[in-house]
Design a binder for this molecule. Sequence first.
Ligand SMILES: [Fe+2]
Length: 206
Amino acid sequence: MTVIRLASGRLMLHSPCQITPLIAKEISELGQVAYIVAPGNFHHLYIATAQAAFPAAKTWICPGVERRNPSLKYDGVLGDVAPAEWEGEIDQVLVQGTRIMREVAMFHVASRTLILVDLIENFGDTTPRVGAALKFWFKYVLRMWNNPRPAPEYRIGWSDRQAAAKSLSRILAWDFQRIVLSHGDLVDRNARQVAATAWSAILGQR
Ligand SMILES: [Fe+2]
């Protein structure tokens, strides 16, 4: 989960983890939760726990979440343009040309932070709590150890590589200095270079 404080002081919960009473209390100490965001079609599992903890918040979902989780209540569907609610503070790209995964990448302008879920996974020697089986899988099968790359579900197929490249190029045009992601270590050095390298196989399709 990423917690974003907007200029108003209100918060966005991005890809919430399970919101326990303790976590809810800690978040409440940061500010009022205005938005709950499911930014990817595989990142919706704990949205309902966030809604229960913060019933006044509006929920925005990535396209596809409504099919994977039909019982989930939501207020808006994320698109390729930031809604008025956070326009100017957070920019966004709905990545096109994907087959299995759907994801809305976000850019928090004030902190120059790119916020992803699955477009880059970053596991390596410094990643805590990685078991031997996961390490073997990432190192020898997926070849993603110390080698940030899109989630395997992206890499096994794009429906339109040129459209994907166009979306990724829009993301790379943002002036970000770090990447927050959902699987593995955050990227706080050479962030734009890391992203360009992670996506090079697709960007080369332009
Ligand atoms: Fe994920």
